[in-house]
Design a protein around this ligand. Structure first.
Ligand code: ZN
Length: 121
């Protein structure tokens, strides 16, 4: 990209050194076009760099989100989960039921999913 800019600058310089009245007007407009192209190039380059930077940021964000989503469950968290649930056997049919400890504590009647009777009595 720098090479192209230098080439355009050189061409501009060469054109402005030509002292032929007949062509000078053409050269002036040619120089003006080259200037505009140069500016546009500069603008595009900056835009592209900004886009590349934004994509990099988005990529980093995505990596963070992925890390959070697929973070492995720690042993402590597993223990917590185990503590919340407990195994009870129905006193009528003897089937094993997993129930939350708070549910067991707060309810005197819990219907058995197998025999529909109260597992606690
Ligand atoms: Zn039962």
């Amino acid at each position: 990209m720098e090479d192209l800019k230098n080439q355009i600058e050189n061409l501009k310089l060469n054109l402005s050194n030509i002292e032929n009245k007949e062509y000078q007007n053409y050269f002036y407009s040619l120089i003006s076009i080259l200037d505009t192209m140069n500016d546009k190039l500069e603008e595009l380059t900056v835009n592209q760099e900004t886009i590349e930077e934004n994509i990099k940021f988005m990529d980093d964000d995505l990596t963070d989100i992925q890390d959070e989503l697929f973070e492995e469950v720690s042993i402590d968290e597993l223990n917590d989960m185990e503590e919340e649930y407990t195994e009870v056997s129905c006193c009528h049919c003897g089937n094993i039921i997993f129930a939350e400890q708070t549910t067991l504590k707060n309810n005197s009647e819990i219907p058995c999913p197998y025999c529909n009777k109260n597992i606690k009595a």
